[in-house]
Write a protein that binds this ligand. Structure first.
Ligand code: PAF
Length: 279
């Protein structure tokens, strides 16, 4: 089966795809470089820019999510992107406000915990829009960032389960010099909040050090409460969740050891940031 799909792909130009919600930063550009390396100079690189309403909850930041299409187009041109697909809502969800859009793609296992628990309709919106984008762009390969670790795992599962004829690659998280994971939402961090946002990276570093110093496994609940204390020492920081899990199945772990994966979500003021790392 896999050979058939491969032969079919070989008959056409390779298309590399990076789906984004715009407000591009160096992390996105690293995904573009990665996809270019996968499709080669004869391949085509497509970037989509679309702030997808269905992945935001009713009280989330959809309307204020940063948008700057002119700047994004300039960055894409500079990065050697061949095509930018920047649809409007009517193009993606015809009649979305009425009864004429009613089909969604739902992953039912990996999307239950972590982000799925805190944002119950989020992944339904992500899988639906990504499935639609795959059908429109028809890429050979798509690249996702490891910063959204759970999202990447769910997309891989969707591609496997629904036989989408493309490969998924995951590129490492791009960080600022001080460790903050790059995110379009970092734009919200004004004044002192930028410094306080380092709480996520400090929590990851603390967990890594704990694992290094411990030959056996550390009880997840005690490490979680230690990290929560460290995070919430920052006056504007409020922990949403920390999870320790098995990196393939995303199954929560009660003991934390080398190789366990950690993810966390923290509110810094009104801004909700996520990060993750292998310990
Ligand atoms: O990771 C993102 O920016 C979004 O979730 C994606 C994959 C572009 C879907 O809207």
């Amino acid at each position: 089966m896999q050979r058939m799909a491969g032969d079919w792909v070989r008959g056409r130009t390779k298309v590399g795809f990076v789906p984004t919600m715009g407000c591009l930063h160096a992390g996105h550009l690293s995904l573009v470089r990665r996809v270019r390396s996968l499709v080669g100079s004869k391949g085509k690189v497509v970037v989509s820019i679309y702030v997808n309403p269905t992945q935001f909850g009713p009280t989330e930041d959809f309307s204020r999510y940063p948008r700057d299409l002119k700047r994004d187009l300039r960055l894409c041109r500079g990065a050697g992107v061949d095509v930018v697909f920047a649809p409007g809502n009517e193009e993606m969800y015809p009649g979305h406000t009425g009864p004429s859009f009613s089909t969604y793609v739902v992953e039912e296992a990996l999307s239950k915990g972590m982000e799925g628990q805190s944002r119950p309709t989020h992944f339904r919106g992500v899988t639906t829009v990504v499935a639609k984008l795959f059908n429109i762009v028809q890429p050979t390969v798509a690249v996702f960032g490891a910063k959204d670790y759970q999202q990447a795992a769910i997309i891989r599962r969707m591609v496997r389960d629904l036989n989408f004829p493309l490969k998924i690659a995951v590129a490492p998280t791009h960080r600022e010099a001080d460790g903050l994971a790059m995110s379009s939402r970092n734009k919200y961090l004004e004044g002192d909040l930028r410094k306080q946002a380092l709480a996520l990276w400090h929590a990851i570093e603390t967990a890594r050090a704990a694992v290094r110093q411990n030959a056996g496994s550390i009880p997840a609940h005690s490490l979680k409460s230690r990290l929560k204390q460290i995070i919430e020492r920052e006056p504007a920081a409020r922990l949403d969740y920390i999870e320790f899990f098995e990196p393939e199945t995303l199954a929560p772990q009660t003991g934390v050891a080398r190789g366990t994966h950690m993810a966390l979500a923290v509110f810094i003021g009104k801004t909700r940031l996520i990060d993750n790392a292998r310990l």
